[in-house]
Every structure is written in structure tokens, then in C-alpha cells.
Design a protein. Structure first.
Length: 118
């Protein structure tokens, strides 16, 4: 039996991947373009499909009750694990592939002549 904590974490990761898919994934570009053509660029449906804060509320409102009642069943847990692993891979890949931040060093160098002091 899977613990409630593990089910919660897996559900949270799966929800993050679902939101990321609809907000940013290129595979969902046709859906976002269709919404823009049908409803206009600043419409509520377009905002809903492109705003992670807006979409995540509804995704988690659906996922967590489902996880509460069915979280230890394979038909829920296996797809949630796959989605969660996909999201985790995306985060790790972004960290590994991005260059390390380099802060510029600003140093002032003055050359003086010891004999004249200038």
C-alpha cells in the first residue's frame, strides 16, 4: 500500500506537468492558437489556457479528490508517476543545460608611478 504522503507528492508533480503542458508545451500550441482565433487574444479562455495560476487551481481541484479516493490504484498511480517523472526531468534538464550564472567583476585598477605618485 502506498502512503498518503507519496500519493500527494506524485499527484502534485503530475498536476505540475499537466499545467506546464497546457501553458508552455509546444504540443499544446495548436490548442492555444485555436483558442486565440476563436475567442480573441485577451479573452478569458485564452487567459485560462496560458496562465499557470489560473489553470493550476482547476487541475488540482480535479486531481486531489481523485487521488484521495483512488490514489492507491494502479490506473491512477502509474500515469501520475509518468507525468511526475516527466515534470521532474524537465526541471533537472533545465538546471543541467543552463549555463552557470556568471557575475561580472568590476574592478578599478590604477597604475601609479612610485616616484611621482601619479
Amino acid at each position: 500500500m502506498v502512503s498518503a504522503f507519496v500519493i500527494s507528492i506524485v499527484t502534485w508533480l503530475a498536476g505540475a506537468r499537466i499545467v506546464r503542458f497546457f501553458n508552455d508545451d509546444s504540443l499544446a500550441d495548436p490548442l492555444r492558437h485555436w483558442l486565440k482565433r476563436k475567442y480573441g487574444d485577451g479573452s478569458k479562455p485564452v487567459q485560462f489556457a496560458t496562465c499557470p495560476w489560473c489553470l493550476s487551481v482547476w487541475v488540482y481541484a480535479a486531481l486531489f479528490p481523485l487521488a484521495y479516493y483512488c490514489g492507491d490504484q494502479d490506473w491512477f498511480l502509474l500515469p501520475a508517476l509518468v507525468l511526475g517523472a516527466s515534470w521532474g526531468y524537465g526541471i533537472v534538464k533545465g538546471l543541467v543545460d543552463s549555463p552557470l550564472p556568471v557575475r561580472p567583476v568590476h574592478a578599478e585598477v590604477r597604475l601609479t608611478d612610485d616616484r611621482t605618485g601619479r
